[in-house]
Ligand binder design. Structure first.
Ligand SMILES: Cc1cc2nc3c(=O)[nH]c(=O)nc-3n(C[C@H](O)[C@H](O)[C@H](O)COP(=O)(O)OP(=O)(O)OC[C@H]3O[C@@H](n4cnc5c(N)ncnc54)[C@H](O)[C@@H]3O)c2cc1C
Ligand SMILES: *[C@@H]1O[C@H](CO)[C@@H](O)[C@H](O)[C@H]1NC(C)=O
Ligand SMILES: *[C@@H]1O[C@H](CO)[C@@H](O)[C@H](O)[C@H]1NC(C)=O
Ligand SMILES: *[C@@H]1O[C@H](CO)[C@@H](O)[C@H](O)[C@H]1NC(C)=O
Ligand SMILES: CC(=O)N[C@H]1CO[C@H](CO)[C@@H](O)[C@@H]1O
Length: 526
């Protein structure tokens, strides 16, 4: 744990140095006294804030001074306006917190204000049916609740993440990628409009037509340009059922060729992913084990015997009156694939069960005390032309097993990503998402150091270093960098635009400091 536990002291010093004394005459000023002067419909909390100084990664901990529970969007804009008026000297920063599922403290602040976005849940929900259906939701809504609401109208969003207990504002600040992205693009390609509170406290509506620069800035913007308070999400008619299929490959080349063929076809599956199994016995692993094949005996007899295997995972959506057509299409598609025969595993579940599949594993892991453990996750985007070189090194040499979590690996098509957004992706028509999703609980309750975590972090470093040395053209997804040099390299030719937008929408650099890209300081920003 890297802990910074002196927020009050630090802030006090910062405030004392600043011009704040002109606003408030009390020399014993603390942040609460100042914040309590802001008119609100919601409220601040100043104590018992430990839940806001952790995240899913369970590795970084920064303590805020206050947490805003907003009741209305105006609570957010009012608070930010006040902080803005304090100027650069105050050092006070603000972080929106979605569901706190960041990995390295991205939604935390040291001594600043956390905005608990979930307090706004349900305050904006409105489903619009018709030819171009959409739903308006708050930035703090969880995707699982967006799904529940839209299903009442027979509709659902088109593009997802694998796990739905994440907020709309949190995933739209990154991209939102899952097995539908090859076709619909990431979640940020499926948004019609946003409402954003900028780093000056202005509430702005934006879309491709109106304030488009802010719209594209905020999408994939890592929370740097404003707080997404409302999003208008594209919908489609929701299927009732899902045919869920897994097949295995022992050859990486064949596996990826089949994946790429499937994502390039006009008529194909509705969801296409894949994962890597290194030296595992048994088919199912960890939090993706919610998959229950129709023939569990056959599945349990399949052993990896020390081999590296590749599992292609796909689904076909259908309604009960379309079973026959669906079955024909699936047989047709499967006949084109070259998986190891006898490794076809199928299942049929409701659309909701499929989309919420990871939650089943969450409940199980929680009951075993294995959910709130360190997660040294690493998410990479690898250009297609380098994926074999990458796989040879990483799956052949650096990693020896996947017992501590899955490695996802699947291709997407760049044309479905909008290059005006802030997200950074490789410069190739097709690139792969490769996600190392390991859990590293402390080896024993008495151990002081978590050696497994250290080993996992070392392996991550090796993977990143290999990519850099071998000129793989890799970009990090959910990026984490510690120096501005690395951030520059990450953004590449998008860096200038990113900085210009920062200057325009958050000139004091007060928002989402946990990303570590910009630092609020009395010195000029750039
Ligand atoms: C189990 C699990 C599975 C996942 N699966 C996927 C997946 O399949 N695909 C995928 O793309 N991602 C996936 N993720 C990653 C996920 O998209 C990120 O963790 C993301 O940060 C969303 O989490 P959150 O809502 O908790 O946001 P937080 O972690 O709370 O916030 C993330 C960042 O966005 C900022 N932020 C939060 N809300 C807002 C807002 N309303 N406006 C502006 N900025 C805001 C925060 O300050 C922070 O910097 C997964 C994460 C977990 C834990
Ligand atoms: C502190 O917060 C936790 C979780 O939010 C809550 O369950 C608990 O009751 C709080 N304790 C106090 C003293 O407010
Ligand atoms: C990527 O998408 C574009 C536009 O839909 C399409 O023309 C192209 O063939 C796709 N490429 C692959 C490899 O699937
Ligand atoms: C985005 O892509 C279009 C064509 O696909 C190109 O003309 C444009 O220059 C690109 N813009 C940026 C900012 O890269
Ligand atoms: C975890 C696991 O699957 N380990 C296996 C790795 O491969 C060897 C054989 O090469 C097996 O003996 C292990 O059980």
């Amino acid at each position: 744990m890297y802990s910074h536990n002196l927020p009050f002291l630090k802030l006090f010093m910062l405030l004392s140095l600043s011009g704040i004394a002109m606003h408030i005459s009390n020399p014993d000023l603390l942040v609460p006294a100042y914040l309590q002067t802001i008119p609100l419909n919601g409220h601040f909390l100043f104590q018992n804030l430990t839940e806001f100084s952790k995240d899913f990664g369970n590795r970084f901990s920064y303590e805020p001074s206050a947490v805003l529970y907003p009741a209305l969007v105006s609570d957010i804009s009012g608070t930010i306006k006040h902080v803005f008026e304090l100027g650069a000297q105050s050092g006070l920063t603000v972080a929106a917190r979605g569901h706190g599922h960041s990995l390295q403290g991205q939604a935390q602040v040291t001594g600043g204000i956390v905005i608990r976005m979930e307090s706004l849940q349900g305050t904006q929900t409105m489903v619009h049916t018709g030819d171009l259906p959409y739903v308006d939701v708050s930035g703090g809504d969880l995707w699982i609740n967006v799904l529940k609401e839209t299903l009442k109208h027979g509709l659902a969003p088109r593009s997802w993440t694998d796990y739905l207990h994440l907020t709309v504002g949190g995933t739209l600040s990154n991209a939102g990628v899952s097995g539908q992205a090859f076709w619909h693009g990431p979640q940020i390609s499926n948004v019609y409009e946003l409402e954003v509170v900028t780093g000056k406290g202005d509430i702005m509506k934006c879309s491709a037509k109106e304030n488009s620069d802010l719209f594209y800035a905020a999408l994939g913007g890592l929370g740097q340009f404003g707080i997404i308070t409302r999003a208008r999400i594209a919908l489609e008619p929701a299927p009732k059922m899902v045919k869920w299929i897994r097949v295995l490959y022992s050859d990486f080349m064949t596996f990826t060729e089949d994946q790429e063929m499937l994502i390039s076809m006009e008529k194909t599956f509705d969801y296409i992913e894949g994962f890597v199994i290194i030296n595992r016995t048994g088919l199912l692993n960890n939090w993706r084990s919610s998959f229950k094949p129709q023939d569990p005996v056959q599945a349990s007899h399949f052993n990896s015997d020390g081999r590296t295997l590749f599992c292609l995972e796909m689904t076909k959506n259908y309604n009960p009156d379309e079973v026959e057509t669906m079955e024909q299409e699936v047989v047709q598609l499967l006949s084109k694939l070259r998986y190891v025969s006898s490794t076809l595993f199928q299942s049929e579940v409701t659309y909701m069960e499929f989309l919420d599949r990871v939650h089943v594993s969450e409940i199980k892991l929680r009951s075993q005390g294995l959910w709130e453990v360190p997660h040294p996750w690493l998410n990479l985007l690898i250009p297609r032309s380098k994926i074999h070189e990458f796989a040879k090194e990483v799956f052949g040499k650096i990693l020896t097993d996947t017992t501590n979590g899955p490695i996802l690996l699947y291709p997407v098509n760049r044309s479905k990503w909008d290059n005006r957004t802030s997200v950074v992706i490789p410069k190739e028509e097709v690139f792969y998402l490769v996600a190392f999703l390991f859990s590293e609980p402390t080896p024993s309750p008495t151990s002081e150091k978590n050696e497994n975590l250290e080993i996992a972090l070392q392996k991550n470093k090796k993977v990143v270093k290999f990519c850099n040395n071998a000129n793989i053209g890799m970009k990090q997804y959910l990026p984490h960098h510690t120096t501005q040099k690395e951030w520059r390299a990450h953004f590449g030719d998008k860096w200038e635009t990113f900085c210009r937008r920062k200057q325009a929408y958050d000139p004091l650099a007060m928002l989402a400091p946990g990303q570590g890209i910009f630092h609020k300081s009395p010195l000029p920003l750039l």
